[in-house]
Ligand binder design. Structure first.
Ligand SMILES: [Zn+2]
Length: 296
């Protein structure tokens, strides 16, 4: 599943190619790929993509109708009063995007097509592709985003602010938790954007066993963990994310951070620090790899 660095990479590769473009037509090829108020879907047509943002593992497109074709000056009030929309994509297991030339037919796993134009001329097609079809696009009015329970439940962004602030948040959140620290890191309401890969890699970097109770970790180690989380996420973003199976950025390029994994997917291989064989256990319902020597 794409985690924070992968969705961030997708946002970064989409941004220069779709921001400012107008959605001239759209096609829903799989009904369940669309969530929320489906009546809003047709209203996407004619909107301009103002901003591409990421929050947690969500990719957001903020649309406006503000400068819809109008008689300059005269109808600005009317046009400005039209509601804008937000599209929130959750990529789940295999969701992704690609940008292709105008007229390109849908691919095998294309679920939604957005035809984009610039300056009144057809420009490109944005495909939302999804092999396993767990991903979705939710169409909302801006005010509805803040009311969406999924959105409201999201914890803080790990890369916003200093490591010390993140550590203080983690320490406070961990205090009452008897469950494994890995489960805490996977809890999107505690910290947003971390999944199996970056939980394992961060815990290794911080020297923390993934199965120790979150509430029992010392403040010094929580700070180490906060720094490790930020380091690992930033390193992965630099490498355009990790491609294990299907993940590709919006240009169809795979990430490279999988080549830097210390533990994830390396069960039975030597620990990069001490050489001891890496162990695997099921923690928080997920396959987890760690070094019993380096992680205490
Ligand atoms: Zn080791």
């Amino acid at each position: 599943m794409p985690e924070l660095p992968e969705v961030e990479t997708i946002a970064r590769t989409l941004r220069p190619q779709i921001e400012g473009k107008r959605i001239s037509a759209l096609e829903l090829l799989l009904t369940r790929s669309l969530q929320g108020e489906t009546e809003l879907f047709p209203r996407i047509r004619g909107c301009k993509i103002d901003r591409v943002l990421r929050r947690a593992k969500l990719l957001l497109l903020f649309l406006s109708t503000a400068d819809a074709p109008a008689h300059a000056g005269e109808k600005t009030e009317k046009n400005g009063g039209e509601p804008s929309l937000v599209l929130a994509f959750h990529l789940k297991m295999t969701g992704g995007f690609c940008i292709l030339p105008e007229g390109t037919p849908p691919q095998k796993h294309t679920r939604i097509i957005f035809d984009l134009e610039q300056g009144g001329h057809p420009a490109t097609r944005l495909f939302f592709n999804d092999i396993r079809t767990f991903g979705f696009c939710r169409v909302m009015r801006p005010g509805e985003l803040n009311a969406w329970p999924f959105w409201r439940a999201l914890g803080p962004e790990p890369l916003e602010g200093e490591a010390e602030a993140l550590a203080a948040h983690l320490a406070l959140s961990f205090r009452q938790r008897r469950g494994a620290v890995k489960a805490a890191l996977l809890d999107q309401s505690l910290i947003a954007g971390i999944g199996n890969i970056y939980a394992d890699e961060s815990l290794f970097r911080a020297g923390i066993r993934p199965d120790v109770p979150a509430g029992g970790i010392s403040e010094a180690k929580v700070l180490k963990l906060a720094k490790a989380i930020q380091d690992i996420l930033l390193l992965s973003i630099q490498e355009c994310g990790s491609s294990i199976r299907d993940y590709k950025d919006a240009n169809g390029k795979a990430g490279a951070f999988q080549n830097s994994f210390a533990v994830y997917g390396r069960k039975g291989l030597p620990c990069p620090l001490c050489g001891q064989t890496l162990e695997s256990a099921r923690i928080a319902g997920r396959s987890t790899v760690f070094c019993a020597d380096c992680q205490q």
